[in-house]
Design a protein around this ligand. Structure first.
Ligand code: ATP
Ligand code: MG
Ligand code: MG
Length: 393
């Protein structure tokens, strides 16, 4: 047997935490880089006080990334907002392998560049237009003349959970100012409004040898740009699942590097699919794969980057759902109520991420529900959602 490789993860949140579970099962040593000694991912490994391998520092810090690289055989990410330049240097200097490739991470970090690149490659995307730095009212008028109204204004960088999105309904000074106040002084672009019928996501895994496997497509339900519920498999006309998987696999084919990718799409009224964005890492719309599929997205990510055989992506249940547990306020009580309620529901599995502080709309955990039929799933889903705090309250 080849000597076990140590994997370093940039980011120690819930995605890192869920990577630690299959790593433990497969005997893969993992080291985490993130600020704090007790982040969600660091909690599930050896007790932090006995573990001198994790690094306490920002995943954007050059010295910390270099130190991690020295201790590991391969670096990967659980968040795309890392320091791609340092990752590229570390790889070029032969200090450590990086997967997926730093150039993919860099491209995806900038949502405008990502969209431009994919559209140039012929991937169908929502229409979009660039805005200059410090855009004026006439810049907004020019872009909305092209795209129509409303548009979704998006921060090009450092966006997640809708925190870089602001719908713009008109080019009145008040509406523009409201969006700018929300988005801050980040570089922006605009997307034409997609009146989608459903949102769809597909997880795709590719190993270093070029083997590609996708999971069944899922329906994702967002409110205020944050994922709330995910339903697997996607229901609808017969060819839809295959078309979504094919689009996702071909889009990922334009990116380099190994690992798992989350591909978000819009299903339009005419049946066409438009790509929204790609995440170069495990993704919230693949959490159900832990209980509902032969091999989870997290395990397949590790297998892909370590050249281990990829596992089956097939569903092992007819119907599954994932419900995010979002903070409603600083109180932990609604989270505990949701957990305790879910424990009474057959087929429900609770994941809490070990975050010490709750905040409005913060992802605190999720519940996976598996069922033998959509009817059973719907009934149990209702029981779970009934206990959900209103994150917008
Ligand atoms: P994530 O947490 O998935 O990284 P994000 O902050 O990068 O999200 P997007 O994926 O761009 O943001 O958008 C979040 C949600 O906002 C989408 O899933 C969708 O519900 C809505 N949305 C995004 N773009 C558009 C659009 N062009 N038209 C209509 N709705 C949109
Ligand atoms: Mg995103
Ligand atoms: Mg998204």
């Amino acid at each position: 047997m080849a000597p076990q490789k140590t994997v370093g993860i940039l980011g120690g949140g819930q995605l890192g935490r869920m990577l630690t579970h299959p790593a433990a099962l497969l005997g893969i040593p993992l080291l985490i880089l993130d600020s704090g000694s007790y982040t969600p991912a660091k909690q599930t490994l050896l007790p932090p006080e006995n573990h001198d391998g994790h690094l306490d520092g920002p995943f954007t810090s050059e010295p910390h990334i270099r130190e991690l690289a020295k201790k590991c055989d391969i670096l990967t990410v659980e968040i795309e907002h890392v320091n791609a330049d340092v990752l590229e240097a570390v790889e070029k200097e032969g200090l450590c392998e990086v997967q997926p490739s730093p150039s993919t991470i860099r491209l995806i970090q900038d949502k405008y560049q990502q969209k431009k690149y994919l559209s140039e490659k012929g991937v169908p995307v929502s229409p979009f237009g660039e805005l200059p730095p410090n855009p004026t009212e006439s810049d907004f008028k020019a872009v909305t003349d092209k795209l129509g109204l409303p548009v979704m204004l998006k921060a090009k960088t450092l966006a997640y959970d809708g925190r870089g999105n602001s719908p713009l309904k008109s080019t009145s000074s008040e509406d523009i100012q409201r969006s700018l106040d929300f988005l801050g002084d980040r570089p922006l672009y605009a997307e034409g409004w997609c009146s989608f019928v459903k949102e769809v996501a597909v997880m795709v895994v590719r190993n270093k040898e070029g083997q590609v496997k996708s999971y069944d497509a899922v329906e994702t339900i967002h409110r205020e740009s944050i994922l709330r519920v995910c339903l697997a498999p996607l229901r609808g006309e017969k060819s839809l699942n295959a078309r979504a998987r094919q689009l996702a696999e071909s889009a990922v084919g334009h990116l380099t590097g190994a690992g798992i990718f989350g591909v978000e799409m819009f299903l339009m009224a005419d049946g066409s699919l438009l790509l929204n964005e790609i995440a170069p890492r495990p993704h919230n719309s693949g959490h159900h794969t832990i209980e509902a599929c032969h091999t989870s997205q997290f395990e397949n990510h590790l297998r892909a980057i370590l050249s281990l055989p990829l596992g089956s992506t097939d569903l092992i249940v007819p119907s599954a759902a994932m419900i995010n547990i979002l903070g409603a306020s600083s109180s932990m009580e609604p989270i505990e109520i949701m957990r305790d309620n879910a424990l009474t529901v057959s087929g429900a599995t609770v994941h809490l991420y070990g975050k010490k502080e709750s905040r409005k709309a913060r992802k605190m955990g999720h519940i996976t529900l598996t069922a033998q039929s959509d009817a059973d799933l719907t009934e149990n889903l209702r029981t779970i959602l009934f206990a959900q705090p209103d994150a917008d309250a």
